[in-house]
Write a protein that binds this ligand. Structure first.
Ligand code: PA5
Length: 448
């Protein structure tokens, strides 16, 4: 892995001095040590640190066999979950799939669709319509087993599957991924006899993509989870505390973003130049937003897809309020080759590009944009990886997780809790009339 994923900090240099970066180095080293010796905040949620290498062959086989079983009986597999229980698998599946996946004929693997990540009545209605006449299975994922969005979606999908296949056969089409012992989903799975996978107690939702939470849906979609895990394992070796700062990219990234934050750059925009990476950004937004945004602190993680958003958010980034920095996730090589054709008339005057690969044009857009934004006052962190495949996605996932832990400790928050998520839930339950919330419900209604 060494040096295959590169971080370039050249374009933050005019915004933060060498000494400002140096000053944060000891905090990064301390933070990385704390992740390993488990002496920092939230240390009961550090199971993800050594997770990749602890996944056994038997674990992978169990996941692969279950994926094979679901694939063999389904055209569509509905993955139900929200937050960390869906974003990781969605990110990997989107990155690796054909851009027009849902329209492909002669599929080898079922179409994986997601539900339970919002409460839209129309979405669930459309899901039911889509399932009609197709063979369907479902993976329900909830660590707590009590989250409203997936629980609501699961009621709908479970009822549908039981109606179509009968209760006995429905069991073969439903897999639950949840806590070892707690929560309604665990209870229900035991009662109904669903095949169940466990989310370890010490792995929080947004750090769970390398558990069955992410691995089962990714395997169902037909991708190689062994390569994904191997990428994470190899990256892990490069991010150990004994790897010096100069070669340890998780510390470098964490230091760079914290140094920029201290200079008033409060918003980090993750940039990609390939729409397949859109959900990698969504996953990263959750990872960093939920881990760092607390106690009145934290970088606000945002995302753009370029060059698409250069024609919308590009204006703000170039010329708007200067509280931004960008982190570009740059793919060195495209997976397919396509060149720009020559045109006899040349009315669009693009013949000077004829014969060039589209990827080269995209690369020049990337480099040109980077310089323009730096000139406009937007620091640029550049992270490059060789190509989009399982191995490098596994490596990137682990890199961002590790850097997130280090960064959260530098910020001096507990990166592994999410107390702020509860506020909306309480209000929602109160407004819906949940028993025990009567007074709160009455108070809230007065304000509406
Ligand atoms: O990172 C987290 O812990 C959260 O985003 C959870 O993943 C999300 O709230 C879903 O929770 P659960 O899996 O318990 O349904």
């Amino acid at each position: 892995m060494l040096n295959e994923i590169k971080i370039n900090l050249q374009n933050i240099q005019q915004f933060v001095s060498k000494s400002e970066l140096e000053a944060l180095k000891p905090a990064a080293i301390d933070a990385l040590n704390k992740l390993h010796d488990k002496s920092g905040k939230g240390n009961d949620f550090l199971g993800w640190v050594n997770l990749p290498e602890s996944i056994s062959d038997a674990d992978l086989q169990d996941i692969e066999q279950t994926a094979y079983h679901l694939s063999s009986i389904s055209e569509v597999v509905v993955v139900i979950g929200i937050g960390g229980s869906y974003l990781g698998s969605k990110a990997v599946i989107d990155a690796l799939s054909n851009s027009f996946d849902s329209l492909l004929n002669n599929r080898k693997n079922p179409l994986v669709v997601f539900a339970g990540h919002q409460l839209s009545e129309d979405y669930l209605h459309d899901l039911l319509e889509m399932m009609k006449g197709r063979s369907v299975s479902c993976i329900i994922i909830s660590k707590s087993g009590t989250t409203t969005e997936p629980a609501v979606a699961f009621r709908i999908v479970k009822n549908y599957i039981e109606e179509v296949y009968g209760k006995a056969d429905a069991k073969k089409r439903i897999v639950a991924i949840t806590d070892q012992s707690k929560g309604a989903l665990k209870q229900m799975s035991t009662k109904e006899g669903y095949k169940t996978f466990v989310i370890p107690d010490d792995v929080g939702g947004r750090f769970s993509v390398l558990t069955p939470v992410g691995l089962l849906p990714i395997a169902v979609a037909g991708f190689d989870i062994r390569k994904l895990v191997k990428g994470a394992v190899d990256m892990g070796k490069d991010l150990m505390p004994n790897v010096p700062y100069e070669g340890n990219i998780c510390m470098q990234y964490a230091v760079a973003r914290n140094a920029l934050y201290r200079k008033g750059k409060k918003v980090e925009i993750m940039v990609n130049y390939n729409p397949k990476l859109h959900f990698l950004t969504e996953w990263w937004k959750q990872l960093y937003g939920e881990s760092e945004g607390k106690e009145g602190k934290g970088i606000f993680p945002a995302g753009v897809d370029f060059t698409t958003d250069l024609h919308s958010m590009g204006q703000y980034i170039q010329d708007g309020e200067r509280m931004l920095f960008e982190t570009v996730i740059s793919v060195k090589n495209a997976n397919s080759k396509l060149t720009i054709p020559s045109d006899e008339e040349n009315l669009d005057q693009l013949n000077f590009m004829a014969g060039k690969r589209i990827g080269e044009v995209n690369k020049m857009a990337e480099l040109g944009t980077m310089l323009a934004h730096v000139d406009g006052g937007v620091p640029n962190i550049h992270i490059e990886f060789p190509e989009i495949n399982e191995y490098y996605l596994g490596a990137l996932i682990y890199f961002f997780e590790k850097a997130c832990g280090v960064s959260g400790y530098i910020l001096d928050v507990n990166p592994f809790d999410q107390p702020g998520v509860e506020a909306y839930k309480k209000n929602m339950f109160a407004l819906l009339g949940k028993p025990g919330y009567e007074q709160q419900g009455a108070d809230l209604k007065k304000r509406l």
